[in-house]
Design a protein around this ligand. Sequence first.
Ligand code: PLP
Length: 445
Amino acid sequence: VLASAGAVERTYALDRRHVFHSWSAQATVDPMVVTRAEGSWLWDGDGTKLLDFTSQLVFTNLGHQHPRIVRAIQRQAAKLCTIAPAHANDARSEAARLIAAHTPADLDRVFFTNGGADANEHAIRMARLHTGRHKVLSTYRSYHGGTQLAVNVTGDPRRWASDHATAGTVHFFGPFLYRSPFSATTEQEECERALAHLEQVVAFEGPETIAAVVLESIPGTAGIMVPPPGYLRGVRDLCDRHGIVYIADEVMAGFGRAGRWFAVEHGDVAPDLLTFAKGVNCGYVPLGGVAISDAIYETFAQRPYPGGLTYSGHPLACAAAVATIQVMEDEGVVDHADRLGREVFGPALAELARKHAWIGEVRGVGVFWALELVADRVTREPLAPYGGGSAAMTAIMTAAKDEGLLPFVNFNRIHLVPPLNISADEALVGIGMLDRALSRAARSV
Ligand code: PLP
């Protein structure tokens, strides 16, 4: 049952009167009222049904209102809504066990946080105390969270307003062949040159001053650039040579999104710390965390770890994580995501690129895809500038919604990131909507 027009109006009016929105000029905010959501679909205030190709902020990995997750939260609420982090609790213990069962190598201890930003903050704190060093290296094309240190580690323009000279953060360029910062023309060249560049940054910053390299295993919001073969291995080796902690940020790419439990598996390496959030429990209740290697665990075996959160390992969030991971195991969701990437998204988006001159590049893996849109395929001029928008991108967004599709748009890119358990048929329905939206937008601009 959808909400009445009056209820929708009231929701909207109260939002505009009292809710302060993220990353926005408040007077320009125009939120869509959502009255219902189920699986890969949601309904707006007018009752229009939309296919959710965003998984919201790429977190409803098993779709909206998954009955097993909803039931797990309800049962946990009836049993024990909350308990302080110092106590042991069955939901928390079981969530930690299940997460550790899937993280690479010896990353078997889990520190729970409320989301991705604080997971990265704590991972960096652990790395700094473990190494006795301060600096943190990360890529320009990255997002690591909105809190003070996490936003400084972030490379994308959301960092600019909060840049803080004493944060100890240094940025470098990761591999991105389509817009190679190294003038490379092959994946192998891009990989070699990106690693040589990072080696130089480390040398010039002083290896003995660097606590950690923080790296999204596949950069997400920055553009879904799957690293070339050998890159993550090269980063791992570089960190080993210099005693630097390798932090893999798997907040967006982890928990099956890239067709593996963790995207770092594509590079066949294990980090020292791995941060997660979002897909760990579909975001039904806020949860994030850091998975910790034995060596870093040992640093804090006898010496107290100076950090904590009131809601670390919140039972409702952990019960949702247990149910999410069990559904992923029982229903083969990671293999399904991998197959969707190879058999549906890959071929269908390649076909889309043949039809639409705006599509400069298609890239991705699993259920994690980006269309890089360009005004000109030869010059590769982006359809919107870095950090900005354009009339063409707005036209595409509007046309997509008219077709019944909710797309994830960032600068000159469209990301296709629906729930991992979307069916092949529904995925093709969404790609068909995008196909028609691109044609309509191209005619209108
Ligand atoms: N790291 C990555 C890769 C992310 O994509 C995000 C959020 O989009 C974060 C960290 C921050 O997570 P949160 O918004 O839960 O703090």
